[in-house]
Design a protein around this ligand. Structure first.
Ligand code: SF4
Length: 358
């Protein structure tokens, strides 16, 4: 069985290269070819001697996620359906399908990636939840989504790349593989992204937040809040029964934010559910002691029994936050016409009938 190299750290590649009897600098060259140059074929790694390339082709493999479908949105975003695992995957990894979304903008691109196939967390407003958890992704499958999306759009890349871990899955329930991938993304010798440009979004897994706070190298942290009281959050996000708001916000207060670092609270506005001015006032009180900003995400129409908030309620909600000094932004999700938007990643095989682009 060939040794899978995608997802290996610099140290792991050093050990592997040493096992072949090669000198350590060959590992650095391999790491550079893999993550900085995005070479998926050993033959294309022209910084390595031909003899070593031939040997690697015999004994090792590089298996990026395979694109099975592309869904281009009229707003320029592309939703990718990927196949992972099976005979080409890491040893024993069962085949699965996952999704990533590439969103180009003036001066930058944002890539939203998955950390699990499906998800066990069961947020009631999220289509991914309906898949259940299929399996955790490996570090190579996580970092591979970024590399493939960048390669696919090589001709049109802007100077800045943002990565958001907000696709399928709860990243903090696949902690080790997620952080192994994040370290490669943030390594100046790897994919070389800035920590403020990589955001991990969690439903509020408190032990994972505490563990992340102890990491030397870590991404920015976003918390999916979505409610202004325990009662409301229990009904939308059952994970709140395990980590209620008081426990979650206590973990946020104790999190060792660095200078200029802040939390992002994401708040999906569901029409008639959590979008009143009183909700906004409760949110202000909840997060009063946490250095943070709030992203308001008007609900995207889908097959679930919710409705979008009215434009007036979105405006009023934001006004309450801003008046109380809480930085807040309204984020209209991109790619809504191809099921690429927040809470819509559920392996849909068709473009969406719910085109409502702003
Ligand atoms: S919102 Fe995130 S954590 Fe919640 S079910 Fe969907 S993918 Fe899982």
């Amino acid at each position: 069985m060939p040794v899978e190299l995608l997802g290996k750290s610099a140290e792991e590649l050093r050990e592997y290269v040493a096992s072949l009897g090669e000198r350590p600098f060959r590992a650095a060259q391999l790491y550079h070819a893999l993550y900085a140059e995005r070479r998926f074929e050993f033959a294309a790694m022209t910084n390595l001697p031909a003899e070593l390339r031939g040997r690697l082709a015999q004994e090792a493999s590089i298996t990026p996620p395979r694109i099975t479908r592309r869904f281009p949105s009229v707003d320029g975003s592309i939703r990718y359906l990927f196949s992972i695992g099976g005979s080409l995957g890491e040893e024993g990894a069962k085949p699965a399908q996952i999704e990533a979304v590439f969103m180009p903008r003036e001066g930058r691109q944002t890539i939203c990636i998955s950390t699990q196939a499906g998800c066990a967390v069961d947020c009631h407003f999220c289509l991914t939840a309906q898949l259940g958890l299929i399996r955790n992704l490996t570090a190579g499958e996580i970092v591979g989504q970024v590399l493939v999306a960048l390669e696919e759009n090589r001709e049109q890349l802007a100077p800045q790349t943002n990565v958001v871990l907000m696709g399928q899955g709860e990243p903090l329930l696949n902690y080790d593989a997620t952080m192994a991938a994040v370290r490669i993304l943030l390594d100046p010798k790897g994919v070389a992204l800035a920590p403020r440009h990589v955001t991990l979004s969690t439903s509020g897994i408190v032990p994972g937040i505490e563990r992340l706070g102890r990491e030397k190298i870590r991404p920015s942290l976003a918390i999916s809040l979505n409610a202004s009281s325990d009662e409301q959050r229990n009904s939308l996000m059952p994970i709140n029964r395990k980590y209620p708001l008081e426990v979650l916000l206590d973990a946020c207060q104790k999190y060792p934010l660095r200078p200029r670092e802040y939390f992002t609270f994401e708040y999906v506005l569901l029409g008639g559910v959590n979008d009143t001015p009183e909700d906004a006032r409760r949110v202000v009180r909840l997060i009063a002691n946490v250095r943070s900003k709030v992203n308001l995400i008007p609900w995207n129409p889908g097959s679930l029994p919710y409705r979008p908030p009215t434009p007036e309620s979105v405006e009023e909600f934001q006004r309450v936050l801003v008046d109380k000094g809480v930085p807040s932004f309204v984020r209209y999700s991109r790619g809504q016409d191809v099921f690429a938007a927040c809470g819509q990643l559920a392996l849909m095989e068709t473009p969406s009938p719910f085109v409502e682009l702003r």
